[in-house]
Design a protein around this ligand. Structure first.
Ligand code: NAP
Length: 249
C-alpha cells in the first residue's frame, strides 16, 4: 500500500508549511494547497523531496466551489486516494472595529475561513466515508483562540469565523463518526507567522506575548505537533475534540 495522502489547505507558508514538513517526515504523501504564493509552495515541495519525502503543490482558492472540486480531483490523480485533510487556510485583514468594516471584507473572511473548510470537508467526506465506499479518514480544522476571546478592536469578523470552525468541528464529528471519519480541531494562540502582517502589525506577537501565561509566542511546529497527533492512530478514540495550543492562554 502507498503512503497515506494528506491534503493541507494553505500549506505553503506558516503553520500549514510546518505541518507539511512534519507530515512528510512521518510518511504521508503531502498535497500542499496554496492560493497565490506558488514560489513558497514549490520551494517547500522541493525541500520535502530533497529530504526523501513525497509532496506536490496545488493552487486553488478554498472559498471557490469549482476550484475546491478541481483541487480534490487533482490531488487524487497525482497522489492517490485521500486519507486525511487539514483545513488550515485562513485569512484576517487590517485591524479595525466592526463599525468600520464593509460587507465585502466580511464576505472575504467568511469565504476563506468558513465556506472553505465546509467545502473541503464535503469533498473529503465524499471520498473517505465508509458510507460512500471509502476507507475512513481524519480531518483536523485549524481554528483559533480568537474563537474564545473574540478579538475586540482587532478583527471580530475573523474571530467569529473561527467560532464557526469550532461549531462545524463539533457537529461534523458526530455526523460522520459512524462512517470512519474523525473530525478534530486545534486552536492556536499567538504563533510566529506572516499572518500578523495581514492585520497591519507584523510584530504583533512580540506586543501581545505579555498576555500569554508562558510569556512567549508559539512556533508553527508546535501547532503542527498537535495536528499530527490528532491525525494519527494514537488519537483513534478522539473526535470532536478542540485542542488549545496557546501557551496556557
Ligand atoms: P499565513 O502564514 O498567513 O499562511 C496562510 C496560508 O493560507 C498561506 O499558505 C495562504 O496561501 C493560504 N490561504 C489563504 N487564503 C487562502 C484561500 N482562499 N485558499 C487557499 N489558501 C489560502 O497564516 P498562518 O498563521 O500559518 O495561519 C494558518 C492557520 O492558522 C489559519 O487558519 C489561521 O487563522 C490559524 N491561526 C493562526 C494564528 C497565528 O497566530 N498565526 C493563530 C491562530 C490561528 P498563499 O501562500 O498562496 O497566500
Amino acid at each position: 500500500m502507498g503512503a497515506p495522502v494528506l491534503l493541507i489547505t494553505g500549506g505553503g507558508r506558516g503553520i500549514g508549511a510546518a505541518t507539511a514538513r512534519l507530515a512528510a517526515a512521518r510518511g504521508y504523501a503531502v498535497a500542499i494547497n496554496y492560493r497565490s504564493d506558488a514560489t513558497a509552495a514549490s520551494t517547500l515541495v522541493d525541500q520535502i523531496r530533497a529530504e526523501g519525502g513525497n509532496a506536490a503543490a496545488f493552487a486553488a482558492d478554498v472559498g471557490d466551489e469549482a476550484e475546491v472540486v478541481g483541487l480534490f480531483q487533482a490531488v487524487e490523480r497525482t497522489l492517490g486516494p485521500l486519507a486525511a485533510l487539514v483545513n488550515n487556510a485562513g485569512v484576517l485583514e487590517t485591524q479595525m472595529r466592526v463599525e468600520a468594516m464593509d460587507a465585502a471584507r466580511m464576505r472575504r473572511i467568511l469565504a476563506t475561513n468558513v465556506v472553505g473548510p465546509l467545502l473541503c470537508c464535503r469533498e473529503a467526506i465524499r471520498r473517505m466515508s465508509t458510507r460512500h465506499g471509502g476507507q475512513g479518514g481524519a480531518i483536523v480544522n485549524v481554528s483559533s483562540v480568537a474563537a474564545r476571546t473574540g478579538s475586540p478592536g482587532e478583527y471580530v469578523d475573523y474571530a467569529a469565523s473561527k467560532g464557526a470552525v469550532d461549531t462545524l468541528t463539533i457537529g461534523l464529528a458526530q455526523e460522520v463518526a459512524a462512517d470512519g471519519i474523525r473530525v478534530n480541531a486545534v486552536r492556536p494562540g499567538f504563533i510566529h507567522t506572516d499572518m500578523h502582517a495581514s492585520g497591519g502589525e507584523p510584530d504583533r506577537v512580540e506586543r501581545v506575548k505579555a498576555f500569554v501565561p508562558m510569556k512567549r509566542g508559539g512556533q508553527p511546529g508546535e501547532v503542527a505537533n498537535a495536528i499530527l497527533w490528532l491525525l494519527s492512530a494514537e488519537a483513534g478514540y478522539c473526535s470532536g475534540a478542540i485542542v488549545d495550543v496557546a501557551g496556557g492562554r
